[in-house]
Design a binder for this molecule. Structure first.
Ligand code: PEP
Ligand code: MG
Length: 808
């Protein structure tokens, strides 16, 4: 029966149980409105759906069934005549007329919607939501047409009719053929939704997990000016916010752990079209305009807005009980935010969580390009540059597909590619989404891949180095490690990770580590900041070239100091987030003077030393006139991380602390900078890496919450072997009895003094069996590089059970 309430359903009456009637898209909008609207002030634009029943009513009242079937029967098996058949099918639908009852129902629903919005003729978007009888939740993403900014009943009916006809776009027909859907069993429900004027505001996508690693404690939000289409298609490089979920409910914090300003070169807006053009879809209703310099320099979302979206994402994710892929839009420049679509994220969440596969690169050639890494794989292959979809026949199977950006027409060649590299696009671009689905490494948004790479050239595409993806010349060596997480035993001794790269930190979240035992701040400075802190404080003292570089890198930040503090806090935040709520020990910077001098602007502030290993490093710098102000910036970064972001699992560690007097001086400087040991739960550790730390362990123990043994320096200084000397490499042995004596002694002294002691030097990472010795000494924790984590865990478990056996 076709009464008005079977033909039209308002969104607030829809939900998953209506999937078969209104398709996945409309059902999910209804579900959001009905169950979530208002929670955390979540807003979803109002609207109604023309149901599958309405579609069939339209078809049958025009006697179209047999005619459509007849036209489909003419489709040749190889689909050579697809364009002709498609055009005929669409024309059949376009030539039909609306049955009166359906016209009346649509008109009534539209007027009611306008009234609710307080408008005479509300501007609406008309979107497809296809539904298959036998598989109601099939996605059909991107197969059909949408019509935007439609006003008035006549225009609306015409737009709905074009939407119905788009069930027979060539790509929809070929999609159904390839998936084995019976054409005449698929119906098209139409969604009519209040327009959000994102053309005057902005839009983007939010994933409630990290799309590259599946890390489920962060949301990734992308944003660009104008309609969301550019973000989805990847025609712009959007802004990106990474929000840490566990602290979202703490309103005193700003748990945005990363922000990247996208270039956002263009924005999609509506064209002024004649009514006829709008209805016939003859002219595209939208166009891209270049953004202004001011727009490019600004984030689309304020921090508050990013947090609001993230809270909505959390509500939606909790409601569905699974990771979600959400589209959002902002109505006008300062207007309210809306959620315009939400669907389950299927790729990362569908992956085998019991395994962790990692790729490592050796012998790489020169770096040719940099972009965003999609996935974590790496692969080598010959390049095939294709700029237009019309040329995709030229693609060679197994090649690296290099193009500007992709859309659904590209999927057949993407399936045959070894990797994908694009000029434009962010993490939610079509190229990124499809590559992820296909399990292919992709480097998107390189800016110039189609210019830089040449057909036939062999390259290595690497997504194995964290967030950033790289393309290297030639074929690198690629080692793949496959970890079965179920084989990792649990241990009483804590096994932690040494993490240095903020970009790659998220790759390791699946390892059952007890925290991060060593996060070397100097690595974050060299990779993530690149400028000497003193040069940021006194740019007038550095050479011209460095001044230019400093200006370029710090663009978009309030001032050079904010650049340092923000970047430091964000770089460390990724490492702290991966381990949260387990402890993360951040060691204050421990470059040697030659390494500090290599930072941008560094040469002006660093002395030339004969032996930097034994020189002006570690604790001695922090209270010195030459570096105290730089150290203050390090402290500010830590405070931002702990106090503003809320990552209070972070502890601080002081390296290379030669004397007890030095310890006191450093702790005093830290306190002046607001890092007071014991306040707000702040723990301060000291490295045990100078023999004096062992000799006077009980004195150091009075000043710190724990020790972390740096076996690299402790070996150097116990055996008198320069750790950098190739000539003496043979003599550098962390397992020498003298070093072992040092280690066992400090463990005993620390425990007698009632403080914890761990080890974070390289020894157990290189020789996992050494972990057994540490367990026998009663060490509390061992911190190792991620690649040796499994082996160390196994050795620790074996040593623990041997001890247990001996005790029994
Ligand atoms: C060590 O000395 O063992 C240590 C972990 O510190 P680094 O290697 O950074 O000097
Ligand atoms: Mg050291």
């Amino acid at each position: 029966m076709t009464t008005a309430d079977t033909l039209i359903l308002p969104f607030d009456e829809l939900g998953s149980e209506r999937l078969a009637e209104v398709g996945g898209k409309n059902a999910s909008l209804g579900e959001l409105i009905r169950t979530l609207a208002g929670k955390e002030d979540l807003r979803v634009p109002d609207g109604f759906a023309l149901t599958a029943t309405a579609y069939w009513h339209f078809i049958h009242s025009n006697d179209l069934h047999a005619q459509l079937q007849g036209a489909l029967d003419d489709l040749q098996p190889d689909m050579r005549n697809l364009a002709k058949v498609g055009a005929r099918l669409r024309q059949l639908v376009l030539d039909a007329s609306w049955p009166d009852d359906l016209t009346a129902a649509v008109a009534d629903a539209y007027r009611a919607l306008s009234r609710r919005a307080g408008k005479r003729q509300l501007a609406v978007a008309v979107r497809s939501s296809a539904t298959a009888e036998d598989l109601p939740d099939a996605s059909f993403a991107g197969q059909h047409d949408s019509f935007l900014n439609i006003r008035g009943v006549d225009a609306l009916l015409a737009a709905c009719q074009h939407c119905l006809a788009s069930l027979f776009t060539d790509r929809a027909i070929s999609y159904r053929e390839s998936r084995g859907f019976a054409h005449m069993k698929v119906a098209l429900s139409v969604g009519v939704q209040q327009m959000v004027r994102a053309d005057q505001g902005g839009a983007g996508v939010m994933f409630t997990i990290d799309t590259e690693t599946g890390f489920d404690k962060v949301m990734r939000i992308t944003a660009a000016w104008g309609l969301g289409e550019n973000v989805v298609q990847g025609t712009v490089n959007p802004d990106e916010h990474l929000v840490f979920k566990p602290l979202l409910q703490d309103r005193a914090r700003i748990p945005i752990i990363d922000r990247q300003l996208g270039s956002k070169a263009q924005k999609m807006v509506y064209r002024r079209l004649s009514r006829k053009d709008l209805l016939t879809n003859r002219e595209p209703p939208t166009q891209n305009r270049p953004t202004t310099a001011a727009e490019r320099a600004r984030y689309v979302l304020s921090d508050d807005e990013a947090l609001q979206l993230a809270r909505w994402g959390q509500v939606i994710e909790q409601h569905y009980g699974m990771p979600m892929d959400i589209e959002w839009a902002r109505d006008g420049r300062e207007g309210p935010l809306y959620i315009v679509q939400a669907r389950p994220e299927t790729i990362e969440s569908g992956r085998d969580r019991g395994r962790l596969r990692t790729w490592q690169l050796g012998n790489r050639g020169p770096r040719l390009l940099r972009g965003l890494a999609i996935g974590a794989a790496a692969v080598s292959g010959p390049v095939c540059v294709i700029r237009k979809a019309a040329d995709i026949e030229r693609f060679v199977d197994g090649a690296v597909l290099v193009t500007t950006s992709t859309d659904p027409d590209w999927v057949p060649v993407m399936k045959r590619a070894a990797a994908i590299v694009t000029d434009h696009g962010g993490r939610t671009s079509h190229a990124a989404i499809v590559s992820r689905e296909l399990g292919l490494p992709a480097v998107v948004g390189t800016g110039k891949a189609t210019e830089t790479l040449k057909g036939g050239q062999v390259v290595t595409v690497s997504c194995a180095e964290g967030d950033q993806g790289f393309v290297y010349d030639g074929e690198a060596t690629i080692t793949v490690q496959d970890i079965d997480l179920s084989e990792i035993p649990s241990t009483d001794t804590k096994v932690m990770l040494n993490l240095a790269s903020p970009a790659a930190a998220l790759n390791w979240w699946r390892l059952p580590a007890d925290g991060v035992g060593l996060a070397r701040m100097e690595f974050v400075i060299s990779n993530h900041i690149r400028i000497h802190p003193m040069a940021l404080l006194h740019p007038e003292q550095v050479d011209r070239k460095s001044q230019r570089l400093i200006r370029r890198l710090t663009k978009g930040y309030a001032d050079p100091v904010t650049y340092f503090v923000d970047r430091l806090a964000q770089g460390l935040a990724r490492i702290a987030a991966v381990a949260y709520p387990h402890p993360v020990i951040v060691r204050m910077s421990d470059f040697k003077t030659n390494e500090y001098a290599n930072l941008i602007g560094g040469a002006a502030f660093e002395p030339q030393e004969e032996n930097p290993m034994l020189g002006f490093r570690g604790a001695s710098r922090y209270y010195s006139d030459a570096y105290r102000d730089g150290f203050a910036l390090e402290c500010r970064g830590i405070r931002q991380l702990r106090e503003q972001m809320g990552l209070d699992n972070v502890k601080v560690m002081i390296p290379f602390c030669r004397s007890v007097k030095e310890a006191d001086r450093v702790l005093a400087v830290m306190a002046e900078e607001g890092l007071v040991r014991g306040q707000e739960g702040l723990e301060v550790y000291v490295m045990c890496e100078v023999p004096s730390n062992v000799v006077l362990a009980s004195d150091f123990a009075k000043r710190f919450d724990g020790f972390s043994i740096g076996s690299n320096d402790l070996t150097q200084l116990t055996l008198g072997v320069d750790r950098d000397s190739a000539t003496l490499a043979e003599l550098f042995d962390e397992q020498d009895d003298a070093v072992k004596w040092m280690i066992s002694t400090v463990i005993k002294s620390a425990h007698e003094a009632g403080v914890r002691v761990g080890l974070c030097g390289q020894a157990p990472s290189d020789h996992p069996a050494f972990a057994g010795y540490l367990v026998d000494c009663g060490i509390d924790s061992i911190s190792v590089t991620p690649d040796s984590f499994v082996a160390v865990k196994q050795h620790v478990a074996a040593a623990e059970s041997a001890r247990q056996g001996a005790a029994d």
